[in-house]
Every structure is written in structure tokens, then in C-alpha cells.
Ligand binder design. Structure first.
Ligand code: NAG
Ligand code: NAG
Ligand code: NAG
Ligand code: NAG
Ligand code: NAG
Ligand code: NAG
Ligand code: NAG
Ligand code: NAG
Ligand code: NAG
Ligand code: NAG
Ligand code: NAG
Ligand code: NAG
Length: 566
């Protein structure tokens, strides 16, 4: 989902200055050693606490049954939760037991009565957390800290939103969101001391071997999220990864005179449909040096959205297509056999019919609703939002960048060589009859006129340059990392950390200073009990002794000291 700050408004979907520190490792180690004594037999936890310090991890992604998000199972303290993974926002939140609305009661909630020993309040729970989405829904509460683990990588004092009020509803017992965007996009980062988002914490504290993550989505509802490494089960040959610079954003107004990274956004160079190329037209042509369109890669959005003119151009190349909803939804005959590709200046990443068709309309099952949809121009200048429907066609790698050394880049590894049509109408119709109910929609009887959108003023200061590939000083990975990806002139990393996931076994292949270590362990994240700490009956006040006030204070002091001296 594209999480919007007050400025940024968008459509339909759940829209969705702290310098980096190199020393909190000490605190990390203190907390880690606490975990060691308990590494055996913690049934409520997804995975054992590691007995050595991992630098990479991998976990499964699962498509929610309503197809609106992919979730990962994480642990907050000793408690497992499913969180929707999102590259279009940067905050993490978990619905808590303080929320007792109908929506909240139906999902596993963070049990505040449990008094998790790793939970830490911030400012007496008065730091307000509130994210609102363009469809009018929101989640709010306060900011607190907890030890957060994904795969087996732990951030001991991760700031997150403890949600006590929400109108966002999730299916499949998903309890919240885990955002992988840059700190600048985070609400918590701007409101709480040391409010760095989860992945930024891993990268800024040097917890991962390299500040990189990968997202693999399959057409059959599964996938992987790798942290600190790329999934070697997917990428056979790292030389075949195509890399592109992320586009930074200028400051708002006269706030300062430097650009910084905000969204996982790239320049989109062309779109092709049925063999014909279209050059997308940016909403604000003066934003990038070469007047390119900007595309956000957003795993938290199920579909694909683009500006009205581009989207209308696409459908003009598909016979029988028509606008069926004044909000920008098109439909095509379900037996349409054309491909649709997106290119960032290299290969064409190609969608087959089942990738861009959403499903047959209930009133007329010969007509299929399709991606992309047209969306309203937004003041942030993001033209295209490429969600899961696109990301299932290509493995994407997000290199976070290194302060003062390396710019953020996105790598693409094509999941198939097939840039031509591979599906026939029998395949498409059997796919839909097996996988999708028809989509309840009322198709109009007459031709609709195009929606009239007004373009808001551009939100950022165009007199400050924001060049893709710009090296920045802070908010990326700690400068103690050595660059691996290099510049786009030599974008061929010889070595990147690799990790792989097989059904029951986690194999970590960690490359460290040229050496390679391999370890194998059992993955248990599917067996996790959601929302309930091991051995704890909900309702009981607490089970484990809270660490003495002295220890807690010491740990908190340590973390603040280490953060303030850095
Ligand atoms: C976590 O990573 C470490 C380091 O590679 C490894 O030894 C350990 O087995 C892993 N644990 C799990 C449960 O994956
Ligand atoms: C996790 O649970 C174990 C008991 O199985 C407990 O001793 C430990 O303190 C808990 N750790 C955290 C971080 O809550
Ligand atoms: C903050 O919330 C936590 C968790 O519910 C609670 O234990 C703590 O007492 C609260 N602090 C204050 C000052 O209300
Ligand atoms: C959070 O934001 C929504 C939408 O802007 C608003 O309706 C709600 O009252 C806010 N909640 C809090 C606690 O600020
Ligand atoms: C949620 O938490 C905020 C911040 O502590 C508080 O102001 C608000 O009253 C709480 N709302 C509910 C419904 O508990
Ligand atoms: C899902 O797709 C992947 C890749 O196409 C494949 O390896 C895997 O076996 C499939 N899983 C199921 C359950 O079909
Ligand atoms: C990997 O790909 C590169 C470039 O396409 C090629 O030159 C190289 O031979 C490939 N390596 C292997 C092991 O296939
Ligand atoms: C844009 O940035 C420049 C350079 O920092 C500054 O002089 C100017 O006032 C800013 N423009 C606005 C509208 O704030
Ligand atoms: C920003 O302003 C500072 C002084 O305020 C100046 O030293 C620096 O060079 C400026 N940076 C850019 C990119 O213009
Ligand atoms: C991408 O597809 C278009 C339209 O079919 C074609 O003209 C173009 O050459 C393709 N680009 C690459 C790099 O294959
Ligand atoms: C694809 O393009 C060809 C001509 O290049 C055209 O004959 C055909 O109708 C097009 N298909 C669709 C579904 O628009
Ligand atoms: C793409 O084609 C190359 C060479 O024909 C082959 O080695 C590679 O495995 C193919 N990749 C996929 C994903 O099919």
C-alpha cells in the first residue's frame, strides 16, 4: 500500500533526522545473549533463537485469501504475528488488545496484559501513531518498542505502532503492516526518538551482511522475503540481474537544500502492449532530468495503477476494451490474447493475460476486468504504482544503499524468458474457472466519458536537484558496509550474500569477507501460534518476571547513549 503522508493522496487501494548509528551493536549483543538461554523448545515462537549471529534471513510470503496483500510471520517479543509486507510505506504496526472493535476482535492482537519483558513504553504511551489511507480507513494508537524478529534477524528495540483503533480490515488473521520503505516516508521516524523503521534498523545497525532485501512472488500465492541476501533458489545467475538507480526526492519547500530517498521509485521508460511501445508521459515533466515517468514498486498493492492518458493509450491497443467504471477501471474480452510489458530501460518484463486480468465480471463473464487502472494525479509525482500483479512477473531486489558510498538500486531478475504470448484462451478460461470467483460489478450500458482529474501542485522543491543515483550522507545503510553493487557503469556484483528456503529447512549461505559459511536449520514459522506467547493463557496478567527495573533502565539508557553519541 502506498502510505500517504498528509500531503499525498491517492485512490482505491489501501493507500497506502536521526543519523545512522554504527555502535548500537553493543546493545544488540546484550539482548541477544538474553535470548540464548531460551533457545530450546519455544513452541509459540516461529524459529529458535540463533546461537550465532546471522547476517541474513529468509521467510515465506503468503498471499492473503482476499488477494489484497502478502504477509510474513514475524515475532514481536515472544509472540508471532502475520503482518502484511509493504514497500510503499515504512512503518510497522500491530493491532493490540486495547482495540476491542469487531474488526480487532477477529484478528490476533498484541496482548498488552502479557507484559512482554522486551516491550518498552515510550513517553508514557503518548506518542501518537496514526496512519490514514486514501480510502478513508486509518489505524491509530501510540508508539512503543519491542524486540522484533523476521526470519531469524532481530531488532531488539524496534519502534512500532501499538494500534488501539482501526478501520482497516485484514483477512487471514493478519494483524498489521510491516513497511520496508525509507525512513523519510515513516510516520514514527518523524515523531519518536530512534523511530527508525525495521529494515533501516537492520541496515543501520549492521545486523544484515549487506543492506539488501528481495521479494519473490509466485502466481500460486506463495513467495519469499529475503533479508540481507538474495534468494538463491530464485536467482540462478546474479550476472543476469538488471539494476536501476532509485529516484530520490527533493525536500518539501525550503526545509533544507538536499534531496533524499523516500520511495522505492524508478524511472519507467516504456510500456508495450501487443507488440507496440508506448512512452509513458509524466504528470510533472520537470521532475526528472529527462522527463521520465516515475514508477513505485509496491508489494502492498495488489494491482497496477497509472495516469489516465497512459492507461487509455494501453487499452487503445487492445481490441474490445472499454472503460467500465468512472474511477478508471477498464475491461477487455476474456479471450484477449496479448502481452503487456514494462521496461525501465533494459529488458521487457512481460505480463501474460492471467497476470493482468483480474477476473470475469459477474454480469458478463465474457468480459474481464483488468489491470492497470487509471488513478488520480498525486502531488508526489508518482505516476505508476506497480503492485503484486506486476511483481509476480519478476524477482525484485531492493538494495538500500550505503551512507556516503552507494546509492539505492533496484535489481530485476526475470522469472521467465517469455516476452511473447505463452497462454491460449483455453488456459486463461480454465485458470479463471479454477481460481477466481466472478467479480461483482455492474457494467455500464453506455460508453463512459473519461474521468476529469485535476493535477495538484507538485509537492517538492524543483529548484533542488534529485538525480537518480545520488549519493546521500544519512538514512541508508551504515557506512561501515563496503559497496558491492557498484555504479550503474559497472553494475555487476561478483558476490552478493545468498540465502535459500526449502519447504522445511532454512539454508543460509553467508559470504563474509570472501569466506562462505553454510548452515541448515528447521523452519517452523508455519506452526507458530499467532498472538499468544508460549505458555501464556490469555487473561492471566503475566507469566514471566519482568526484568528488574535496574536492568531495564540500564538497557534503555545504553540504547539512548549509544544512539546519541553516534
Ligand atoms: C539463523 O541464522 C544462523 C546463522 O546463519 C543459523 O546458524 C541458524 O541456524 C538460523 N536459525 C534459524 C532458525 O534459521
Ligand atoms: C520467551 O519465552 C521464554 C519461555 O519459553 C521466556 O523465558 C523468555 O523470557 C521469553 N522471551 C521474551 C523475549 O519474551
Ligand atoms: C503503556 O502501555 C503499556 C502496555 O499496555 C502499559 O503496560 C503501561 O502501563 C502504559 N504506560 C502508561 C504510562 O500508561
Ligand atoms: C487518525 O486519522 C484519522 C483520519 O485522518 C482520523 O479520523 C482519526 O481521528 C485520527 N485518530 C487519532 C487518534 O488521531
Ligand atoms: C489510543 O491511544 C492513544 C494514545 O495513547 C489515546 O490517546 C487514545 O485514547 C487511545 N484510544 C483508545 C480507543 O484506547
Ligand atoms: C508455486 O510456484 C513455484 C514457482 O513457480 C513452484 O516452485 C512451487 O512448487 C509452486 N507451489 C505449489 C504449491 O504449486
Ligand atoms: C551468467 O550470465 C552471464 C551473462 O549472461 C554469462 O556470461 C555467464 O556465463 C553466466 N554464468 C553461468 C554460470 O551460467
Ligand atoms: C527551494 O529550495 C531553494 C534552495 O534551497 C530555496 O532557496 C527556495 O526557497 C526553496 N523554494 C521554496 C518554494 O521553498
Ligand atoms: C546546502 O546548504 C549548505 C549551507 O546552508 C551548503 O554548505 C551546501 O553546500 C548546500 N548543499 C547543496 C547541495 O546545495
Ligand atoms: C520490448 O518490446 C517492444 C514491443 O514489442 C519491442 O519493440 C522492444 O524491442 C522490446 N525491447 C527489448 C529490450 O526487447
Ligand atoms: C494485436 O495486434 C494485431 C496487429 O498487430 C491486431 O490484429 C490484433 O487485433 C491485436 N489484438 C488485440 C487483442 O487487440
Ligand atoms: C532464459 O534463457 C537462458 C538461455 O536460453 C536460459 O539459460 C535460462 O535458464 C532461461 N531462464 C529462464 C528463467 O527461463
Amino acid at each position: 500500500m502506498l502510505l500517504l503522508t498528509v500531503l499525498f493522496i491517492s485512490l482505491t487501494t489501501l493507500f497506502g533526522c536521526v543519523a545512522s548509528s554504527s555502535s548500537p551493536r553493543y546493545v544488540v549483543d546484550v539482548r541477544r545473549s538474553r535470548g540464548l538461554a531460551h533457545r530450546q523448545n519455544i513452541a509459540g515462537v516461529m524459529l529458535d533463537s540463533p546461537n550465532d549471529v546471522p547476517g541474513a534471513g529468509i521467510t515465506r510470503l503468503v498471499l492473503a485469501s482476499d488477494h489484497s496483500s502478502y504477509y510474513a510471520t514475524i515475532a514481536a517479543g515472544n509472540i508471532s504475528f502475520r503482518l502484511a509486507v509493504d514497500t510503499g510505506s515504512s512503518d510497522m504496526f500491530i493491532t493490540s488488545t486495547d482495540c476491542s472493535s469487531t474488526i480487532c476482535r477477529s484478528i490476533p492482537r498484541y496482548p498488552l496484559k502479557y507484559q512482554s519483558p522486551t516491550f518498552a513504553s515510550l513517553d508514557g504511551n503518548t506518542t501518537v501513531f496514526n496512519v490514514s489511507y486514501a480510502d478513508g480507513t486509518y489505524s491509530s494508537g501510540y508508539v512503543a518498542r519491542e524486540s522484533v524478529r523476521v526470519a531469524n534477524l532481530t531488532v531488539p528495540d524496534q519502534a512500532f505502532g501499538v494500534v488501539n483503533e482501526t478501520t482497516v480490515s485484514f483477512t487471514d488473521r493478519i494483524s498489521g503492516v510491516l513497511g520496508f520503505g525509507f525512513p523519510r516516508l515513516s510516520r514514527i521516524y518523524h515523531t519518536a526518538v530512534h523511530g527508525t523503521p525495521f529494515f533501516s534498523s537492520l541496515a543501520q545497525q549492521g545486523i544484515v551482511d549487506y543492506p539488501i532485501f528481495g521479494i519473490y512472488l509466485t502466481r500460486n500465492s506463495t513467495g519469499t522475503l529475503s533479508l540481507g541476501a538474495i534468494d538463491s533458489g530464485v536467482v540462478g545467475n546474479i550476472s543476469n540481474i538488471e539494476w536501476h538507480y532509485v529516484v530520490p526526492f527533493a525536500p518539501e519547500g525550503a526545509l533544507n537544500n538536499v534531496s533524499s530517498y523516500l520511495y522505492w521509485t524508478l524511472e519507467l521508460s516504456s510500456i508495450s502492449v501487443n507488440g507496440t511501445s508506448i512512452t509513458p508521459k509524466p504528470t510533472y515533466s520537470s521532475v526528472t532530468p529527462d522527463a521520465s515517468s516515475l514508477a513505485l514498486l509496491d508489494v502492498g498493492t495488489p494491482g497496477i495503477y497509472g495516469p489516465y492518458d497512459d492507461v487509455a493509450n494501453i487499452y487503445s491497443l487492445i481490441r474490445g476494451s472499454r472503460l467500465v467504471d468512472p474511477n478508471g477501471q477498464w475491461a477487455v474480452p476474456c479471450d484477449t490474447l496479448v502481452t503487456m510489458s514494462f521496461s525501465f530501460g533494459g529488458q521487457n518484463f512481460t505480463l501474460q493475460p492471467i497476470d493482468y486480468m483480474i477476473g470475469p465480471a459477474s454480469g458478463n463473464p465474457n468480459i474481464c476486468l483488468t489491470w492497470p487502472r487509471a488513478s488520480q494525479p498525486t502531488p508526489d509525482g508518482i505516476d505508476w504504482q506497480l503492485g503484486a500483479a506486476f511483481l509476480r512477473s519478476v524477482y525484485t531486489i531492493y538494495s538500500y544503499g550505503i551512507n556516503t558510498k552507494e546509492a539505492p538500486v533496484i535489481g530485476f531478475y526475470a522469472l521467465s524468458n517469455q516476452t511473447t504470448l505463452q497462454q491460449d484462451s483455453t488456459f486463461v478460461s480454465s485458470f479463471f474457472s479454477a481460481n477466481t470467483a466472478t467479480i461483482a460489478t455492474i457494467l455500464p450500458n453506455s460508453l463512459l466519458s473519461p474521468p476529469s482529474y485535476t493535477t495538484p501542485p507538485y509537492a517538492f522543491n524543483t529548484s533542488v536537484t534529485a538525480e537518480p543515483g545520488q549519493i546521500v550522507l544519512s538514512e541508508l545503510g551504515t557506512s561501515t558496509y563496503s559497496p558491492m553493487i557498484g555504479t550503474m557503469a559497472t553494475p555487476q556484483p561478483a558476490v552478493v550474500p545468498l540465502v535459500t528456503l526449502s519447504p522445511n529447512v532454512v539454508t543460509l549461505i553467508v559470504t563474509n569477507n570472501g569466506g562462505i559459511s553454510t548452515s541448515v536449520s528447521t523452519a517452523q514459522d508455519n506452526q507458530a501460534t499467532l498472538g499468544i506467547p508460549y505458555g501464556w493463557r490469555s487473561g492471566s496478567v503475566k507469566r514471566y518476571a519482568v526484568p528488574s527495573l535496574v536492568t531495564t533502565t540500564l538497557l534503555l539508557l545504553l540504547s539512548f547513549v549509544t544512539f546519541s553519541i553516534s
